[in-house]
Design a protein around this ligand. Structure first.
Ligand SMILES: [Cu+2]
Length: 255
């Protein structure tokens, strides 16, 4: 079983945070002590202290060890992020001003990222216009979407839950609205969703127009049609007289 990236990132964060807090506290305490011990009243004549080999070795070796620990912990997490498991499901992520599009292996496209639970997922990240960054805060992963190249990372989903994806690279006016829902659902439901093709709405629209034209045809051939024409004519006459009236009213107003 591969280590969890979320745990690795969090452990690295807390390790670096812990070391930083410890150093901050240590330096602050030593500084206050020196201010007290070496102030002008207590120590009127300054001393020139020359070299202390033991101290110099200690303050070189300890920081080197700390930096190396931070490096190796970060590196092992980064390596895990880069080595995509072979069984990972591939989702192509395309960034554009200002939305994300997700494409699955069967060419299905969606603006919501649906993912199966407890699965390894590899994202192939692209951009069609400017630089974006595909950021999944809940999974602690972020990678730039650059035009002309494909970047990648992978995650392992847990139990069904709702998250969000954001753009983390300023990409213009609506950058701050560039969010997409990430919905983790049970694997069975996911497969059902992925293989579902909505009924072709364009076809049904054409059939409706056809029936409409059929109706108009029956009206044309119908005997009532000629009568209707007369009514229409009288109607148009009426509307003309209405127009004339309004013209008259206008002339009255101007007077
Ligand atoms: Cu952006």
């Amino acid at each position: 079983m591969r280590p969890n990236i979320v745990d690795q990132v969090d452990q690295t964060f807390w390790l670096i945070m812990g070391i930083s807090i410890f150093l901050l506290a240590l330096i602050t305490v030593v500084m206050i002590y020196f201010v007290y011990k070496y102030n002008r009243k207590r120590h009127p004549v300054a001393e020139n202290i020359e070299g202390n080999t033991t101290l110099e070795i200690v303050w070189t070796i300890i920081p080197v060890i700390l930096v190396l620990i931070m490096f190796f912990v970060s590196w092992s997490g980064f390596k895990n992020m880069r080595d995509v498991p072979k069984d990972a499901m591939v989702v192509t992520v395309t960034g554009q001003m200002w939305k994300w599009t997700f494409e699955y292996d069967n060419k299905k496209k969606s603006d919501t990222l649906f993912l199966p639970a407890n699965t390894n997922v590899k994202f192939e990240i692209k951009s069609v216009d400017v630089n974006h960054s595909f950021f999944l805060p809940a999974f602690r992963t972020k990678e730039d979407a650059i035009p002309g190249r494909v970047n990648h990372y992978w995650i392992r989903t847990n139990e069904p839950e709702v998250y969000y994806a954001a753009c983390a690279e300023y990409c213009g006016l609506n950058h701050s609205y560039m969010y997409a829902p990430v919905i983790v659902i049970p694997e069975k439901k996911f497969i059902e969703w992925k293989n579902y093709t909505p009924p072709d709405t364009t076809k049904s629209v054409t059939s409706v127009t056809k029936t409409d034209s059929l109706k108009t045809d029956t009206l044309k051939t119908g005997t009532l049609n000629s009568l209707n024409k007369d009514t229409l004519r009288t109607g148009s006459v009426k509307s003309d007289s209405i127009k004339q009236k309004s013209v008259k009213q206008d002339t009255l107003k101007s007077k």
